[in-house]
Design a protein around this ligand. Structure first.
Ligand code: FAD
Length: 332
């Protein structure tokens, strides 16, 4: 196996050759790659949100920029600057050890800090935008540095400008977050409340919340080190209320969450399960037995096989419910 193969760098365990994998430890390293005029370029962090479907005719920049630094603070807030190659969960643990709140609900999300703004990571009632201040990024075409503030990033549900208008154009080098010294806990997700109750905790700390989230996630989600996967493969679709009403005729029990007066969010896992695709396996590509939204590589599935299985799910869900599922995962 060539050292330029992506196999060790992605949690779906896809094998793919590249023109080279270049570790990036600093902004200077990015500028040096640009001076050498290596192209095309692609960026990878923890490889936990990509499905690689073919060999990559590109140089892969592997983000290793480290460092967590307090750059400003007042009586109840702290502004931190984080190297984009820091592990996200380690950042959450760092915040808790410094008694800084705001990201405890996002414990155990795999991947690097630099990818967190990409899809505005979220879980258990919180998205990273709620603590986001700004980020620094290098334009890979112009070789210039730019700061993006919150309003520039166009954050949405698993969306940002980096997945759309400026896709592939910027290397995010640092992300700045505002964490709080006085904590406003978010336990509105029933599962967190239930877990705290089970543990007999009535006055939880941010550490208690993170521990509850970690326990829930470990009991629900397959560990990519054991069964390769990329977490939720599709986004939860946001649809017109009329579509929900049509589904309810046959399935009155379907769960939904209001988005605005005209739209609702439906769990993609429910749609996949009721299209008959929970725990299904075609060759080595499949859905997890207890989580229909998690596509897994049961052994030696290729990226092409995973993609074709994902397309079958999209078609089956669309033909049964009239809802098109959109991948959350980046297809390479
Ligand atoms: C078991 C499991 C559970 C998960 N749970 C959640 C969850 O609860 N919520 C959630 O939101 N996500 C979840 N995910 C998805 C994933 O963890 C996140 O999307 C994470 O932010 C991806 O980080 P990464 O470093 O692995 O990104 P990668 O997979 O390496 O990259 C993802 C995309 O971002 C781009 N990118 C990466 N770094 C940079 C950078 N520095 N500059 C510019 N572009 C960059 C890449 O080119 C690629 O297109 C889960 C994944 C797994 C495997």
């Amino acid at each position: 196996m060539s050292q330029n193969n992506l196999l060790p760098y992605n949690t779906m365990r896809m094998s793919a050759t590249t023109k080279g994998i270049i570790p990036i430890y600093s902004e200077q390293d990015v500028f040096e790659v640009l001076v050498e005029e290596l192209s095309p370029l692609k960026i990878i962090g923890g490889g936990s949100n990509i499905l690689i479907t073919k060999d990559q005719d590109a140089y892969i920049l592997k983000n290793e920029i480290k460092g967590i630094e307090v750059i400003d603070e007042d009586i109840d807030k702290v502004l931190i600057k984080v190297g984009a190659g820091e592990n996200w969960h380690q950042l959450v643990m760092w915040a808790i050890s410094h008694d800084l709140g705001g990201i405890e609900n996002l414990a155990l999300i795999p991947g690097c800090v630099g990818a967190a703004p990409m899809q505005n990571i979220g879980a258990y009632g919180i998205e990273q935008e709620s603590v986001f201040h700004s980020l620094s990024a290098i334009n890979l075409e112009a070789g210039t540095t730019r700061v993006f503030f919150k309003e520039d990033c166009k954050f949405g549900y698993r969306e940002s400008i980096f997945k759309n208008e400026v896709k592939g154009k910027y290397f995010i080098t640092h992300v700045n977050y505002i964490l709080s010294k006085s904590h406003e806990l978010n336990t509105k997700y029933g599962a967190i409340n239930q877990k705290l109750e089970d543990l007999g905790i009535t006055n939880p700390s941010i550490e208690d919340i993170a521990n509850a989230v970690i326990e829930i996630r470990q009991s629900k989600l397959p560990d990519p080190k054991v069964i390769p996967n990329t977490g939720s493969f599709f986004k939860n679709p946001i649809v017109a209320i009329s579509i929900l009403e049509a589904i309810k005729v046959e399935y009155p029990e379907i769960v939904s969450y209001p988005v605005d007066d005209e739209k609702v969010k439906i769990p993609a896992a429910w749609l996949i399960q009721h299209a008959g695709y929970k725990g299904i396996r075609v060759g080595d590509a499949g859905t997890h037995k207890s989580h229909a939204l998690v596509l897994v590589n049961y052994g030696n599935a290729t990226g092409g096989e995973m993609l074709s299985f994902a397309k079958t799910i999209q078609e089956e869900v669309e033909s049964k419910f009239g809802v098109r599922l959109i991948p959350e995962v980046n297809i390479w």
